[in-house]
Design a protein around this ligand. Structure first.
Ligand code: SF4
Ligand code: SF4
Length: 241
């Protein structure tokens, strides 16, 4: 985003709309956008209602690799890699029909950043490389996976690493037998990576309605706070479970 200093009256309306504090204003002066800090979420443009039209997209907004900022941060912008909007592979509600949550498996989702914090893609790569070494398989339909040079190593394309986004979600598919190895890796990297991370595990309920693998998580000292989403009318599974 860019603020045209010739058009800005310094009214200050836009400043509180920025979720990462990238807009600043000297006392009584025009507002400016910190180009490196801006995650291109378009919140200021869509909601602040600049009275003079001083807020404009900078030309770099739609250029590679900066366009990734918008695709991960602006909920109205689809990803060029998946064609979908949002920061992950789609809502949890669709995971069982798309085959991302299979019986006998666990899907782990790790959200990096959030409003007020944000994340560099390099911070996510630290986790993906560590998880790849530990044998994790990355979700194929995820826009973070699409940034990888090689999903076997978890390494991202080098030119994207310094891009900053509001949040992005790394997703892996594992077997219950991998929990003992992967949970300590997630804990270890999360403590060092320097941004907010929240992670969750998604499994399909047993036929009797029980939640599988809870004892495994408790044994690994992971506090279980179960919640469920019930999928009605989503049609036939797209892949066999
Ligand atoms: S809302 Fe527009 S005129 Fe007011 S400070 Fe922001 S850019 Fe300047
Ligand atoms: S596009 Fe988003 S991050 Fe950039 S200045 Fe506007 S509100 Fe802030």
């Amino acid at each position: 985003m860019y603020i045209d200093p010739q058009q800005c009256t310094g009214c200050g309306l836009c400043v509180p709309y920025c979720p990462v504090g990238a807009i600043s204003q000297e006392e009584g002066g025009v507002a400016t956008v910190d180009f490196d800090g801006c995650v291109e979420c378009s919140t200021c443009l869509r909601f602040a209602g600049c009275p003079t039209g001083a807020l404009v997209e900078s030309p770099e907004t739609s250029e590679w690799p900066r366009l990734l900022r918008r695709q991960f941060s602006d909920p109205t912008a689809p990803h060029s890699s998946t064609g979908r909007r949002g920061r992950a592979s789609g809502g949890v509600k669709t995971n069982d029909v798309t085959g991302q949550t299979r019986r006998g498996g666990i899907k782990i989702s790790m959200e990096f950043g959030r409003p007020g914090v944000a994340t560099r893609l390099s911070q996510i790569e630290k986790m993906s490389v560590a998880l790849a070494k530990a044998g994790a398989v990355f979700s194929a339909q995820n826009p973070v996976t699409a940034l990888m040079v090689d999903s076997a190593t978890g390494e991202f394309r080098p030119e994207v690493l310094e891009e900053r986004v509001l949040s992005a979600t790394l997703e892996i598919q594992i077997t219950p037998g991998q929990l003992d190895r992967l949970v300590p890796v997630i804990r270890d990297v999360a403590a060092k990576v320097g941004t907010a991370i929240s992670w969750s595990a998604t499994m399909r309920l047993g036929d009797d309605g029980s939640i599988p693998y809870l004892a495994d998580f408790e044994r690994l000292d992971v506090e279980a706070r179960p919640n469920a989403k019930v999928n009605l009318g989503m049609g036939r599974p797209l892949v066999a479970d």
